[in-house]
Design a protein around this ligand. Sequence first.
Ligand SMILES: [Fe+2]
Length: 358
Amino acid sequence: MICVDEDPALEAAPRWLGKAFAPAQVPPTDGDLRLIGPMQLATSGARVLRRHRLRAPDVPCVVLTPDDAELELVRACFREGAADVLSLSEAPGELAVCIRRTLDARALERRDREDTAALAAELGKRARELQEMVTQVRLAYDHTLGALVAALDLREEATANHSARVALYALMLGLRAGIDDSGTLRDLYHGSLLHDIGKIGIPDAVLLKPGELSDPEWEIMRGHAKLGGDMLDGIAFLRGARDVPLYHHEAWAGGGYPHGLEADQIPVSARIFAAVDSYDAIRSWRPYKPEHTYSDAVPMLHRVAGRRLDPGMVELFLDQAPESWDWLAGAATEAQTFGDAMAACRECMARGGRSVGK
Ligand SMILES: [Fe+2]
């Protein structure tokens, strides 16, 4: 519907518009297009267009000016949003064409807007679906890793649940050390879970030998670090976690393996892991040693701090209340995924856990 302003100059509008566009007496907000005549312009100038835009921003306007209208008035009409401006003498031949052009352009704009909105909605839906798939894949990875690690721990009967425990301890110590990037924490957790994955490649005759290992056997055993690093290097999802398996037997003062690095040359994730791995080994029963209490472990850790272990990490570890580590050891039996492990660390922190005397 074409909404034509009441204006004596527009009385011939039905003839100019022809059969295709019947003028209608409806408010400008209800029409498809508004035709503004010279009378409104004489009263309000181009401000009539500004007022119209505020009331009916989606209804385009075509303006008919007197033949002697100033160029500045025409410019002002366009500035205020006129879709087109014609002089009265042009109206008989041009008005219908002009209105068709304006309505077609509006229809195209509307379709573009609708297409863009539909595309944005579809993209949002796909992004949510993708995020859900990533979450599911991560969960599947975590559960697969959990099964693999449990199988590894079972191979060495004495170390049952050791990997889940040290991974949780390492995550906690990493958080205490100020690591806050979730990707780095995830790598630390997975690397700690899989720290001895390289032992898959060590023959049972060496790995499970009850007695002392010979020098060549030790050489084979030490190969598990490089083997583990290489294995994770070959898995895109775990590449960032390779530092723990590769460097967890390096020593702060040097002399470790496989590369004999020292101090800060050793990646921080491996230094964190080495501290918690030593603690767990001290507290655990092994065929060749009894389990020790936390109080026994403190001087034992102090003795190796600065030699095998990063003294800063040992200090940070002992700064945490002893009950925290016991609580985490219990939580490790339940933590199946990185998300579970993070939740356990947060709960442990929320329970307090600063050391006695601090
Ligand atoms: Fe190892």
